[in-house]
Design a protein around this ligand. Structure first.
Ligand SMILES: Cc1ncc(COP(=O)(O)O)c(C=O)c1O
Length: 424
């Protein structure tokens, strides 16, 4: 038996990385390179890639225009701390595209963007509490790691911390509501209006679309009570539409966060929103009392900004979103048909640019609905697909503009054979 050429580097990782990983993805695969909609691991095995770097590579890996834009900047120096033309142009592009965006502040990760959006809501309203939804992901800050993935969900609105190391005192600052239940969220907003700074949510929560009227209702109830509405668009920004989920679903928040796509595969994220709220990043505008401290060494990095601008230019071309959605729709339809044909109770849920299957007989409306899915079956399915050369995240297929009809065919054949293996 020949050993996997990848196994040596996997063993080396185990010695120097806790758990043998960067913390993101299982360490039993080491990716060597990516091109278009495919990646190769260190043993040379090729995959159709729906992991897509966890979302940033919407136009595909190593897109020649994005690569050229980044390379051109690298030759002129990679970071300055001071303003640079590319970051300013990217801010202009975001303001032009995203309905709520009057001004932009750059950071390096989505986690930071969410943390500062919540801080901005507190600074603006001078209140402390934030309402989030059970199962909603807003990065890794102490505030966000509440009821993201509770094994034993608690009683609403009490948060359940997701991690060791979260101060107990923070539990009093977060209220939790079930996604897609407007009545519960509305009564919490009304009851806590004196102490509630904002409501934060993923408008498409993981792969669960908003129920009709849910986002509109949240917009109305927050506005009526003087509470800010924040959309975490780190995933949905420039993906569901050029203007993000707020364009796609037609509901405009007060603030949003962006990440992933806007950095073109480099570390870059942003907070964007109403100018009167964004003014709290500017001591000159709001004075010492209202000023929110925010500094980051790599914020607005020119290489990342240039890669982001090149990515947005590709997305702006006529037909880009139509193609992305056509590929995603075909994939979703094919997967649902194959599961049905093999009599496996399952829901294919999401939107065409990102979706997955939940092995449950009932439609999924919220986090607890996801928990009713058969997680073991999903793990087995994902493993069978990986053997067949299809790579994806634990609970998400990210579709790329670079996925070709051949990629779709390979995926369909892999699904077909993996589903048959699952059913036996
Ligand atoms: C909705 C959402 N918000 C925030 C984040 C955090 O972004 P980052 O990993 O860049 O910190 C993620 C990451 O996947 C995300 O999916």
């Amino acid at each position: 038996m020949t050993s996997d050429p990848q196994s040596g580097i996997i063993e080396r990782a185990k010695r120097v990385l806790p758990g043998g990983t960067f913390g993101n993805f299982p360490g039993d695969i080491v990716i060597r390179e990516g091109r278009g909609g495919r990646v190769w691991d260190e043993s040379g095995k090729e995959y159709v890639d729906f992991l897509l770097g966890s979302g940033p590579m919407l136009v595909g890996h190593a897109h020649p225009e994005v690569t050229a834009a980044a390379q051109a900047r690298i030759a002129d120096g990679t970071t300055f701390f001071a303003n640079n033309r590319y970051g300013i142009e990217l801010a202009e592009a975001i303001v032009a595209a995203v309905p709520c965006a009057e001004q932009v502040r750059f950071v390096s990760t989505g986690s930071e963007a969410d943390l500062y959006a919540m801080r901005a809501a507190r600074a603006f309203t001078r209140r402390d509490k934030i309402l989030k939804f059970e199962g909603g992901y807003h990065g890794m800050s102490d505030y966000s790691l509440m009821s993201l993935a509770p094994k034993r969900p608690g009683n609403f609105p009490q948060p359940v911390p997701d991690s060791a190391g979260i101060p107990r005192s923070l539990r009093d600052e977060i209220l939790i509501a079930p996604f897609n239940d407007l009545q519960v969220a509305a009564s919490l907003v009304r009851e806590h209006r004196q102490e509630l700074a904002g409501v934060i949510l993923e408008p498409l929560q993981r792969i669960i679309p908003p129920a009709p009227g849910f986002l509109e209702g949240l917009r109305r109830i927050t506005a009526e009570n003087g509470v800010l509405l924040m959309f975490d668009e780190v995933v949905t920004g420039f993906r569901l539409a050029y203007g993000g989920a707020q364009e796609y679903y037609g509901v405009v928040p007060d603030l949003c966060t962006l990440g992933k796509v806007i950095g073109g595969g480099f570390p870059l994220a942003a907070i964007a929103g109403r100018a009167d709220i964004m003014a709290h990043f500017d001591r000159g505008a709001v004075g010492d009392d209202g000023f929110m401290m925010q500094v980051g060494t790599l914020s607005g990095n020119p290489v990342a900004a240039a890669a982001g601008l090149a990515t947005l230019a590709i997305l702006q071309r006529p037909g880009a979103y139509e193609r992305l959605f056509a590929t995603g729709r075909e994939l979703m339809r094919t997967l649902a048909e194959l599961l049905q044909r093999n009599r496996i109770a399952a829901q294919v849920t999401g939107e065409p640019p990102l979706f997955d299957v939940v092995f449950s007989p009932e439609p999924v409306r919220d986090y607890r609905g996801t928990l009713r899915g058969d997680a073991g079956m999903l793990r087995r399915f994902n493993a069978l697909l990986r053997e067949r050369g299809v790579l994806k995240g634990e609970q998400k297929y990210y579709v790329s503009l670079a996925h070709t009809p051949e990629d779709v065919r390979h995926t369909r054949d892999s699904w077909d054979s993996a589903i048959k293996a699952l059913a036996t």
